[in-house]
Design a protein around this ligand. Structure first.
Ligand SMILES: C[S@@+](CC[C@H](N)C(=O)[O-])C[C@H]1O[C@@H](n2cnc3c(N)ncnc32)[C@H](O)[C@@H]1O
Length: 319
């Protein structure tokens, strides 16, 4: 997956003015902070260099994860045309670009962000995103200011940066601000999955309907050391490769997401939880079933249409 051309151009313009040695150094610091899941009260993107490194090395991956999560929502909600977006911990505006790509109907966006440096970057980049956009300076861990409700409310790659004690109140408020759908996206690590599971429990308790990726509102059937996550292949730009000393022109971003709504899904489905394993004349699928069970299903050529469908589905798809 690639960034939309106008976003790519805006990012390139900002990166052009920053020496690669500076981006490389800041990228290393940033990835240490992310790997260590540091919650030391400091914002990870508080300096200009960190914000620039985020554009070079993280934005393409978070964009791809968000874009795939939104596509999964559109898949269960065909015909939904949200008009308003509220994004908490907006960073450079990744969600707005992905949301406009999925739903051009979004014409009004409110982006909440505490770091002044990344807010300035996001404000510059999203001027070209095609929606009326306002940026709000606020620390979402200390409570949100008065805001209008929005059709789509999002919190992407933010939970892991917040003090655990702040999360419950924030999720409750974001759900109250959701006119329809609330989407949470996290890195696809076991810790990211655990954070999403806790949010899932809380939201179900608040009366929300889980619409994706889970096929049900029962307990998650996966148990450690397994965990639920998905993957998106992301093209690496030249700057990204130089900043990360990487040879391969792509990376696989692992992510996990949860979408809840005020309206339940119309129809049941099973979710494909891993890359299908194809052998001669058979496909083995790992599925999250609508009754809450984990299912390993073998579909053979003799099953005709079911086999044709099984050959087509991929990790993350709905069956
Ligand atoms: C990893 S970035 C994610 C940015 C964007 N949502 C994305 O998915 O690409 C996390 C963002 O959350 C912001 N953030 C972290 N803690 C915050 C807080 N307490 N209040 C507001 N923003 C916060 C950071 O400044 C950063 O921009």
């Amino acid at each position: 997956m690639e960034l939309p051309p106008r976003l790519r151009a805006g990012v390139d313009q900002i990166l052009r003015d920053t020496p690669i040695a500076e981006i490389r150094k800041a990228a290393e610091t940033l990835s240490q902070r992310y790997r260590g899941e540091m919650r030391d009260g400091r914002l990870h993107l508080s300096e200009r260099a960190a914000a620039t490194a985020y554009l070079a090395t993280r934005l393409p991956a978070t964009y791809a994860a968000i874009r795939a999560s939104l596509a999964a929502i559109a898949d269960v909600r065909p015909g939904w045309t949200p008009r308003t977006l509220l994004d908490a911990g907006a960073g450079p505006g990744s969600v707005l670009w992905a949301a406009r790509d999925q739903w051009p109907s979004i014409d009004n966006a409110t982006m909440i962000e505490a770091s002044e440096e990344i807010r300035l970057v996001g404000d510059t980049l999203t001027r070209d995103a095609g929606a009326r956009t306002s940026w709000v300076a606020a620390d979402i861990a200390r409570g949100l200011p008065a805001l209008d409700r929005a059709d789509l409310v999002t919190l992407s790659y933010v939970l892991g940066e917040l003090a655990p004690a702040a999360i419950k109140a924030l999720i409750e408020r974001l759900w109250a601000l959701s006119q329809d759908v609330l989407l949470v996206v996290e890195p696809g690590t076991p810790a990211g999955w655990q954070r999403v599971l806790a949010v899932r429990d809380q939201l179900i308790g608040l009366g929300a309907h889980v619409i994706a990726p889970c096929a049900h509102a029962e307990r998650c059937p996966l148990t450690t050391p397994d965990w639920c996550h998905f993957s998106q292949r992301v093209a690496r730009s030249r700057t990204h490769r130089l900043a990360k000393d990487a040879d391969v022109p792509w990376e696989d971003e692992k992510f996990i997401y949860l979408a809840v709504s005020r309206t339940p899904n119309d129809a049941g489905f099973a979710r494909v939880l891993a890359r299908p394993r194809v052998a001669s004349g058979a496909v083995r699928l790992k599925l999250c079933a609508p009754d809450g069970r984990l299912e390993e299903r073998l579909v053979t050529k003799r099953q005709g249409d079911a086999y044709k469908v099984a050959r087509r589905v991929d990790w993350g798809d709905r069956l």
